[in-house]
Design a protein around this ligand. Structure first.
Ligand code: SAH
Ligand code: SF4
Length: 355
């Protein structure tokens, strides 16, 4: 049976008669969070029955939750074929209450989703790479991560959620399914998560960056740069042999982005490898002419990892160097060092005055 979460609303409209039923089904699944067709009480009984014979509503199953002191939660989720993936819930801003205890500002969340089981790219610092590549996730398996987390954490349907494709896998290596997930997430009858609140993070598949740009979805782009010279980048990220730094920068320059937004460059700071000011200087040069924002990430060591976390002073000096030259730059504090943040999921903590 087919997972109905795999369908965009337009695709679902092809499957039901009359077409507007697709809208109602979307509302039931994504806004009201029902998990059976029987509960869709404004659909005729015959249609409900037909749907139940043809489709399942199958979000992944939560196997394990690891909470962190800072409020982030990492989920181990099981797909229908038994494979497991990880997603992370990151509370970005806590709710604010007035003196009477009334909530004046709702909490904001970011959910970090996986796009593949494993990954082909094989970066030297990444735990996901160690297990090799297993398979792509379907659109429904991507969307289902958010459904499962929203339900478990009791996040109301109208609450603002951002999506980052920074979990396991390389999203641009699964572009068709990721593009569908973006459309399903942003559907006005579904979760209404606008594309500009969804960020695709990539190791730098230049032709796919260009293709994503041509698709005109309106999503944000994050580049995992991590090194400023090709020699080091090749060692860290073998994909650099296929698409080097210059090629990636060229693709980024052609990427359409909202006037008010920026392309994010992620830069993993690794002790004594790329955390020096000479690298910072080169980074400034590389980013010339790009509306960029840099996120410095402390390398998050795991048992047996070949690299070390840099000293805080070095990280701050690196950041200061960029800020002084007019480049927006934040340091992402490893979200929950007390949980095993395997896919490097990290919370943004602004240390810069200019933000
Ligand atoms: N494949 C995509 C998205 C998933 S990885 C990409 O590479 O961009 C998401 C982010 O986590 C990337 O920036 C990646 O470089 C980073 N990351 C991987 N392993 C990490 C680790 N051990 N510590 C900190 N960040 C890590
Ligand atoms: Fe894949 Fe990203 Fe990990 Fe590299 S960092 S192996 S691209 S998931």
């Amino acid at each position: 049976m087919k997972n109905i979460l795999d369908y965009t609303k337009a695709e679902l409209a092809q499957e039901v008669d009359p077409k507007f039923r697709a809208q109602q089904i979307f509302q039931w699944i994504y806004q009201k969070g029902v998990e059976s067709f029987d509960e869709m009480t404004n659909l005729p009984k015959a249609l409900r029955q037909e749907l139940a014979e043809r489709f399942v509503i199958a979000p992944p199953k939560i196997l394990q939750i690891e909470g962190s002191q800072d409020g982030s939660k990492k989920y181990l989720l099981q797909l229908q074929d038994g494979h497991t993936i990880e997603s992370v819930l990151l509370p970005m801003k806590p709710e604010e209450r007035d003196s009477t205890g009334k909530i004046v500002k709702e909490a904001r969340y970011t959910i970090c989703v996986s796009s593949q089981v494993g990954c082909k790219v094989g970066c030297a610092f990444c735990l996901t790479a160690k297990g090799g590549f297993v398979r792509n996730l379907t659109p429904g398996e991507i969307v289902g991560q958010v459904l499962a987390i929203r339900k478990e954490h009791a996040i109301p349907a109208n609450r603002r959620v951002n999506i980052v494709y920074m979990g396991m896998g390389e999203p641009l290596d699964n572009l068709d399914n990721v593009a569908k997930a973006i459309r399903i997430f942003s559907d006005e009858h579904g979760l209404s998560i606008a594309p500009r609140r969804q960020t695709i993070s990539t190791s730098g598949l230049a032709p796919k960056i260009e293709k994503l740009g041509q698709m005109g979805l309106g999503v944000l782009l994050a580049i995992s740069l991590h090194a400023v010279d090709d020699r080091l980048r090749e060692q860290l990220m073998p994909i650099n042999k296929a698409y080097n730094i210059e090629r990636i920068i060229e693709a980024v320059k052609g990427f359409p982005i909202d006037q008010r937004k920026r392309v994010m460059f992620e830069y993993l700071l690794i002790k004594d490898l790329n955390d020096d000011l000479k690298s910072a200087k080169r980074l400034v040069q590389l980013l010339q002419g790009i509306k960029a924002k840099v996120n410095l990430i402390y390398f998050n060591p795991y048992p047996g990892s070949p690299f070390q976390r840099p000293d805080e002073e070095r990280a701050k000096a690196f950041q200061r160097y960029l800020l002084d030259r007019g480049i927006l730059c934040t340091i992402r504090e490893s979200k929950g060092l007390d949980i095993s943040a395997a896919c490097g999921q990290l919370k943004e903590r602004s240390l810069g005055d200019s933000l």
